[in-house]
Design a protein around this ligand. Sequence first.
Ligand SMILES: Nc1ncnc2c1ncn2[C@@H]1O[C@H](COP(=O)(O)OP(=O)(O)O)[C@@H](O)[C@H]1O
Ligand SMILES: [Mg+2]
Length: 427
Amino acid sequence: MTALTLESLTKIFPNGTVAVDGVDLAVADGEVMVLLGPSGCGKSTLLRMIAGLEDPTEGLIRFDDEIANDWSPRQRRVAMAFQDFALYPHMSVRGNLSFPLKLAKHTPDAVSERVADLATALGVGDTLERRPGQLSGGQKQRVAMGRAIIREPKVFLLDEPLSNLDSALRAGLRAEISTLLRGVGVTTVYVTHDQTEALTMADRVTILRDGRVQQIGAPNEVYRTPATLFVAGFLGTPRMNLLWATVYAYLDDRVLLDLGRQHLSLPWSDPRVRDLARYHGEEIVVGLRAEAVSPAAPDTPGSLRGTIRYVEHLGHETIAYLDIGARAAGAEEQAGAGHQAPSEEPAGKRRWWRRRPEPARTEQADGGGDGGRHEQRVADFALRLAPYGTAPVGQAVSVLPDLSQLHVFDRHGMRIRTRGPGASRTR
Ligand SMILES: Nc1ncnc2c1ncn2[C@@H]1O[C@H](COP(=O)(O)OP(=O)(O)O)[C@@H](O)[C@H]1O
Ligand SMILES: [Mg+2]
């Protein structure tokens, strides 16, 4: 059953800011839906509209299929939790949990039964007589969340509840909250800008950018099959390698994805090439995550050569960033600026059977004077190495991409749907 439905939900503030722009979303009963996106993409505004704290400019909000636009926050039966999980210090856990029910004038028997049930579900059943000062951080958090949801809200709304905490505590509480929400089975909309939080806690994630939905799907789905260039670059560490490539189709032979100095080659037997051949002569964006490339012996067929530009030691792994003579794509997507299409050239004018790729364009380093057209920026190609692996800057290395894990996007940043390996599993 659908607990919450948003239809074309839009919020334009009086100053003209379009904070939320035509969002369609359905949250199932008991589902944990995470809204993920960079700061300013409209997550809080969306949550506040669900809560009834902000009026939509356009669109519908339904609870259990009933239109709720005119309902007060109270009628919506939502619970909202913010960053501070404050408890009443002078009250026991039981007192803290009972308080909202007593305010709502439930009978004492109903109160103690509900408190006992919820405390057990939260794993704090044996702390009922303790004061908050006698609880661990995680227990406090669970009690505070319990207090927010004890009145059995239709929907539980959380706006970046962990963003003020240090990272060690955040990791622990992430797991706690996730377990708790599932234990209690409450429908939840959880807002965060942190991809790790989103991917670990969500049943499904909605990725937002500039008030619009980029993709909705299970964590593995949005990670494995990003629908847009923005999602591809937003999810995953290190960031997906996103490179401009010119497509050359050699009929009945192969498709070349020309990266500038080097190319990727897909044989005609690969079912994807038919979909890619339609882009003959055009620029597309290819994406390879660091986990899809591995170090290779020099001159391994299909490998790319590069030189190490810099190295990041992250403890559990080391990332080397290579210059492979390709141009970076998608950075402006991440910065939130409008995507700038590369120079237009009608595909039909190019001859589809042309035999030789054009010479690579000259590359310029960043900040080359004119604000730098994005396609001129040299890509840093991320490669995972063993922890503290030795990788001197300037050293030449070869890498072998696993082309079954290749992502392809058109110049508007939309995923190119292809058949065969790496094919889209989204609807
Ligand atoms: N009351 C307001 N008046 C005008 N603009 C606002 C108001 N609240 C938020 N905004 C703007 O709407 C956009 C979305 O804000 P918000 O929903 O807070 O984003 P997020 O929670 O994703 O960081 C931002 O550009 C923000 O500056
Ligand atoms: Mg916010």
